[in-house]
Design a protein around this ligand. Sequence first.
Ligand SMILES: NC(=O)c1ccc[n+]([C@@H]2O[C@H](COP(=O)([O-])OP(=O)(O)OC[C@H]3O[C@@H](n4cnc5c(N)ncnc54)[C@H](O)[C@@H]3O)[C@@H](O)[C@H]2O)c1
Length: 278
Amino acid sequence: MQPVVVITGAASGIGKGIAKKMANGYSLVLVDVNSISLNAVAEELRNEGAVVSVVVGDVSLRETHKKSVAEASKIGTLTGWVNCAGISGVFPLHALPENQTDVMKVLEVNQIGTLWGCAEAIKSFIDSKVNGSIVNISSIHGRRAYLDHAVYEMTKAAIDALTRNAAVVYGPYGIRANSVAPGAVMSEAMEQSFVDAPDPKGRRQWLEMTTPLKRIGQTSEIAEVVEFLISPRSSYLTGQSICVDGGWAASLGVSELDQDLALKYGLNEKTGLPNKND
Ligand SMILES: NC(=O)c1ccc[n+]([C@@H]2O[C@H](COP(=O)([O-])OP(=O)(O)OC[C@H]3O[C@@H](n4cnc5c(N)ncnc54)[C@H](O)[C@@H]3O)[C@@H](O)[C@H]2O)c1
């Protein structure tokens, strides 16, 4: 039997990309609140020969994670867990909504959802005496600040702290935990953020311009790193938060270009993006 991996937030975007990557080599338990999209992803993967179970549920409830462990035990031995489900929250700190519900929701899904996921994964690894691996999806927002993102950033920094704790406390038993901190990645959520932006084209260009690799990442590029971290190929890697962000978090801001090199590579000398005629 193949090892089993639980992936939360698997109905869309980065979680779906991770599920597609891991369907070859692992049996999967896919978790999401969106039952229609989740079942569509599961069906697509089953048609390609993958073993896939689904749990429709809210990650902020511990019960959802307990159900995921129970589903995993029906198809094999749980050896990996990816906490990817997350929502954004854009609130100015000086004018947080009086109604606490929206703010608490971001904390509950991102932070508490990942906490329950880690807790149930570790409990299962210990019960089965398995050297399991956990990957939590945080964000470059966990280490860099951006306008009106205080609440979201707090949850993502908390995920990195939780990851370190799990790695240090359970390392002696061969359990590993790492987080992946994506930069701008083209998911359904990102597409929606362009639709909602007052200037979608300008917003997209700003993201591309400020990223040293001058483009938005693909979900498959996050999935590559997650798969590596779950696999034994990363057997000496634990307690880390790895930015997969085209160099964004390494930068001091919009980088000026070497004018001769920009010309040689056919790039706009101000933005670093390809010239339109090329
Ligand atoms: N896309 C990016 O640029 C980016 C950058 C950094 C970090 N991230 C993080 O990556 C993760 C995935 O983001 P994405 O862009 O793919 O978003 P997405 O909206 O495309 O996918 C998120 C998935 O999580 C599910 N989900 C939301 N709340 C849930 C809940 N309470 N219980 C169960 N499932 C729930 C959604 O239904 C959806 O299927 C998030 O944690 C996000 O914070 C994304």
